[in-house]
Ligand binder design. Structure first.
Ligand code: ADP
Ligand code: MG
Length: 275
């Protein structure tokens, strides 16, 4: 299998959808793990106080561990709060502790409050172009957002150039998407003109139901080329992996869920940054 080419500069993808339970965290950790397995250098920033991405990547996130909170609120350099995923080479994690729940309010009175994450990421010595940073650069930074459109998610939308929206192939899949896209437009107009919705990933797809196929069609009609061709099937293996502190990419690499995430990751890498 030919190795994936590395992007010329670090790609920062925000994984957001204010709906809970649509597969943000699952998609973040599995696409990130798949890309790392494909030879890319990947950083995951856990921006959800629940710390589910940290759990799945087997990185400690009890209170007191250096975390996203310290970077966002205290201005600690990202490099100092970064951990290494023990199971997968080339995969790094900034964990989230429960302290982050308070950041939503603490940030309100902080200077340039919606720029904190952007600054932290851009100040990282391994974020940038091949010319600036060299071989050690991160190819991808994924930001796993909480299920809300508050200051944490706003920080992510200002920090990223690309947005990945997981959509659950279920009833009401598109509900709330209008509000999300309005927020994106607001951010583009006022805070981050580079932001674009580059990637839509249909998750928890059940091929046996007509409903799932209908939802996928509707999503493609709306978002066209931005929809990843590979859908992620609903699979117990995917959902049980985190309880073993793993992604499905190591928990059951041959399972349909793992193979789909691998294929989706490859698509995302090959398609590159949209013009
Ligand atoms: P979010 O981060 O958007 O809240 P999660 O990624 O935590 O969503 O997923 C919500 C729940 O659905 C979790 O229990 C997760 O294990 C489960 N889940 C996610 N993707 C799949 C899948 N492809 N198949 C089965 N269960 C899944
Ligand atoms: Mg989540």
């Amino acid at each position: 299998r030919p190795a994936l080419p590395r992007p010329d500069a670090t790609r920062v993808l925000v994984v957001a959808n204010q709906k809970g339970g649509v597969g943000k965290t699952t998609s973040t950790v599995n696409v990130a793990a798949a890309l790392a397995q494909l030879g890319q250098r990947v950083l995951v920033i856990d921006l959800d106080p629940q710390g589910n991405a940290s759990t799945a990547l087997s990185v400690e996130h009890r209170r007191g561990v250096p975390s996203t909170y310290d970077a966002l609120v205290e201005g600690v350099p990202l490099d100092e709060v970064m951990a290494v995923c023990p199971d997968i080479d080339n995969l790094f994690v900034v964990p989230a502790t429960i302290d982050l729940a308070g950041a939503e309010i603490e940030l309100v009175s902080v200077v340039a409050r919606e720029n904190r994450l952007h600054r932290a990421i851009q100040a990282h010595p391994r974020v940038g172009t091949a010319d600036e940073v060299g071989e050690e650069r991160f190819d991808f930074v994924f930001i796993d957002c909480p299920p809300s459109l508050g200051l944490l998610t706003l920080n992510a939308l200002v920090a990223g150039a690309e947005m990945m929206i997981p959509i659950q192939a279920e009833y009401y899949a598109l509900e709330g998407l209008g509000q999300l896209l309005e927020t994106v437009e607001m951010v583009k107009a006022h805070l981050n003109p580079r932001l674009q919705v580059s990637t839509i990933l249909v998750t928890m797809y059940d091929a046996r139901t007509r409903l799932a196929a209908g939802v996928a069609d509707e999503v493609r009609e709306h978002f066209g080329e931005r929809v990843v061709k590979t859908t992620i099937p609903r699979s117990v293996r995917v959902s049980e992996a985190p309880s073993y502190g793993q992604t499905v990419m190591t928990y059951d690499p041959g399972s349909p869920g793992a193979l789909s995430y691998l294929e989706a990751a490859r698509e995302i890498a090959i398609k590159g940054v949209p013009a």
